[in-house]
Design a protein around this ligand. Structure first.
Ligand code: GLN
Length: 483
C-alpha cells in the first residue's frame, strides 16, 4: 500500500479498494517502524490523522469525490497548525502551539487531506542539508550517511522512503527543488504569490514560497491544486485564476523551445551530473522539443546577492522572537535586556544567529547602500536576464544542484561551501519564477535532479514537461533499498 502515489490512492479510494482509515493505519505503522533511521518527523499527529481519515471516508460514503479526499500527507513544520506544535526546527519554538492554521493547511484540510505529522527541517528554513535542526539531522534514505538536502529535508526523506505519498514544503532559495534532487523526488516551487504565505513562518518574505514534494509531476499537480489561490490574508498573494493543473499534464511537447544556459556548465558542476542533464535534454528532444543555448550573464552574482537579501529579511522577521510574547524564554532574567539577549542566544542555533548578524549588518546605516541596495540591483539584473531568455524559449533546463548529496557533517565547518551548492536554485527565487526538479539519474547510487524553470504562472507548463518526461523514463520510480 505504501508504494502508491497520490493519483493511485485517489483511484483506490474512489473504487473502494481500501479506506482512508486503513491506509492511514498502514502509514502510521510504517513511520513508527522506519522513521527512527531517518528522523524525518518532528511531531506525529496520529489522533488527528485517524479522525481526519474517518471524516474523509464518511464524506466519500456520502458521495463526495476529490483527488485529495482521504489522501495522507504531512506538513513541513513551519506551516502553523492549530493546537499542534509548530517548531520551525528551532528550540525557540519548541513549546509553540500555533493558535490558527496556515492557509495552506486549512485549504488542504478542507479538501480532505489527512495530516500524519509535521516534518523536520533546517532551523527557520536556513540551510541546504537539514543539519541545522534543533531536533537533529535528517538522513537520506538513499544512503543514511548522506544529507537529504534542505531545508525541507524531513518532507523529502519521508516521501522518498515511502512513509507517505507527498508533503508540503517551502522554497526560499531552493529548499523544495534541492532536497527533491537529493532524494529522487519531484518538487515544485510555484511562482511567488501563487500559494499563500499566511501562517507560513517567515524566513525571507520576498523569496519564501510554499509548494510540494511528491514522487511524480502528476502528484505535484494534485497537491498544487489544493494549495494555490488568492488569499486576502497575504498581501503578496496574487489574484489570478487557478488553472486545472492535472489537465495540463498531457499537452504535446512538439515544438516546445527549451533553453539551456551556457553558464550552467561551469567548472563547479560535477561532470557526471552534466552528462545526465544532457541525457534528459536528448529525451525531451525525442518528444519533439527544440533545444537552444541561451545565456544568463548575471548568474555569477546571484549567490552573493541572495546571501545579503535573505539574511537581511531574516534579521527583521526573526526580531519577533524576543522571549516576551511566545516561544523560548531564558531562566531568571536579570532585566529586559538580559531577557532578550539570553532568550535569543539560547533559543536560536548557530546558523540562525549568523544570518541575523549578517542581515543586521547589511541593513545598518552606512552599509545599507553598499550591500542591501547593491544586492537589490543585482536582483533586478537576474530577473531581466530571465525575461530576455523567456522571449526566446518556453522553458529553461539545467542541473538542480552542482553535486549529489554530500556526507553528513562534510560542510559543517564551512557555511559558505554549503551556500555555493544553491547556485542553480536561488535565481528563481530572486526573480519570483516557478521551478521544478525531477529525477534524472544516479551518481554513485545517489539521485540527481534536473531543474526546469518557466515564466510567471506557468506551473502547468513545468508539470506538463515533467509528466511527459516521466511517461518516458523510469528514474522517478526507483526506490531506495531498505524502504
Ligand atoms: N539554502 C538556502 C538558504 O539557506 C535556501 C533555503 C530555503 O530555500 N529555505 O537560505
Amino acid at each position: 500500500m505504501h508504494h502508491m502515489t497520490l493519483a493511485e490512492i485517489a483511484r483506490g479510494l474512489a473504487d473502494k479498494k481500501f479506506s482512508s482509515e486503513e491506509l492511514t493505519q498502514v502509514l502510521l505503522a510504517r513511520i513508527a517502524q522506519l522513521d527512527p533511521q531517518l528522523n524525518s518527523f518532528i511531531s506525529l499527529t496520529q489522533e488527528l490523522a485517524l479522525s481526519q481519515a474517518k471524516a474523509a471516508d464518511a464524506r466519500r460514503a456520502n458521495g463526495e469525490t476529490g483527488a485529495l479526499l482521504g489522501a495522507p500527507i504531512a506538513h513541513k513544520d513551519l506551516f502553523c497548525t492549530q493546537g499542534i506544535r509548530t517548531s520551525c526546527g528551532s528550540k525557540m519554538l519548541d513549546n509553540f502551539k500555533a493558535p490558527y492554521d496556515a492557509t495552506v493547511v486549512a485549504k488542504l484540510a478542507a479538501a480532505g487531506t489527512v495530516t500524519l505529522g509535521k516534518t523536520n527541517m533546517d532551523e527557520f528554513a536556513m540551510g541546504s542539508a537539514n543539519e541545522s535542526s534543533y531536533y537533529g539531522a535528517v538522513k537520506n534514505p538513499w544512503n543514511l550517511e548522506h544529507v537529504p538536502g534542505g531545508s525541507s529535508g524531513g518532507s523529502a526523506a519521508a516521501v522518498a522512503a515511502r512513509l507517505l505519498p507527498a508533503a508540503t514544503a517551502t522554497d526560499t532559495g531552493g529548499s523544495i527543488r534541492q532536497p527533491a534532487a537529493f532524494t529522487n523526488l519531484t518538487g515544485l516551487k510555484p511562482t511567488y504569490g501563487r500559494v499563500s504565505r499566511w501562517g507560513m513562518i517567515a524566513y525571507a518574505s520576498s523569496l519564501d514560497q510554499g509548494g510540494q514534494l511528491a514522487r511524480t509531476a502528476e502528484d505535484c499537480a494534485i497537491l498544487l491544486q489544493g494549495m494555490a489561490g488568492f488569499d486576502p490574508n497575504d498581501s503578496t498573494s496574487i489574484d489570478e485564476p487557478v488553472p486545472d493543473y492535472s489537465a495540463s499534464l498531457n499537452g504535446s511537447l512538439q515544438g516546445l523551445r527549451i533553453g539551456v544556459p551556457k553558464e550552467y556548465f561551469s567548472a563547479g558542476l560535477d561532470p557526471r551530473i552534466a552528462e545526465l542533464v544532457h541525457n534528459s535534454v536528448k529525451e525531451l528532444e525525442k518528444l519533439g522539443a527544440v533545444i537552444k543555448e541561451i545565456s544568463l550573464p548575471n548568474m555569477q552574482h546571484a549567490i552573493p546577492a541572495y546571501y545579503v537579501i535573505a539574511p537581511a529579511e531574516a534579521s527583521s522577521n526573526l526580531s519577533r522572537f524576543d522571549g516576551v510574547r511566545f516561544g523560548y524564554r531564558c531562566e531568571n532574567p536579570e532585566n529586559l535586556i538580559d531577557l532578550y539577549k539570553r532568550s535569543r542566544g539560547e533559543g536560536f542555533g548557530a546558523e540562525v544567529q549568523r544570518r541575523i548578524m549578517v542581515g543586521a549588518y547589511a541593513l545598518s546605516a552606512g552599509y545599507y547602500d553598499a550591500y542591501y541596495l547593491k544586492a537589490q540591483k543585482i536582483r533586478r539584473l537576474v530577473k531581466n536576464d530571465f525575461m530576455a531568455a523567456f522571449n526566446e524559449v518556453d522553458i529553461i533546463l539545467g542541473p538542480t544542484t552542482p553535486n549529489p548529496a554530500w556526507k553528513l557533517g562534510a560542510k559543517n565547518s564551512d557555511p559558505v561551501a554549503e551556500y555555493l551548492e544553491d547556485v542553480y536554485t536561488i535565481t528563481a527565487n530572486l526573480a519570483g519564477l516557478p521551478g521544478l526538479s525531477m529525477p534524472a539519474g544516479f551518481v554513485d547510487g545517489l539521485p540527481v535532479g534536473v531543474q526546469l524553470l518557466a515564466p510567471y504562472f506557468q506551473e502547468g507548463r513545468l508539470l506538463n514537461v515533467a509528466h511527459q518526461y516521466q511517461l518516458n523514463t523510469d528514474w522517478h520510480t526507483r526506490t531506495p533499498t531498505g524502504f
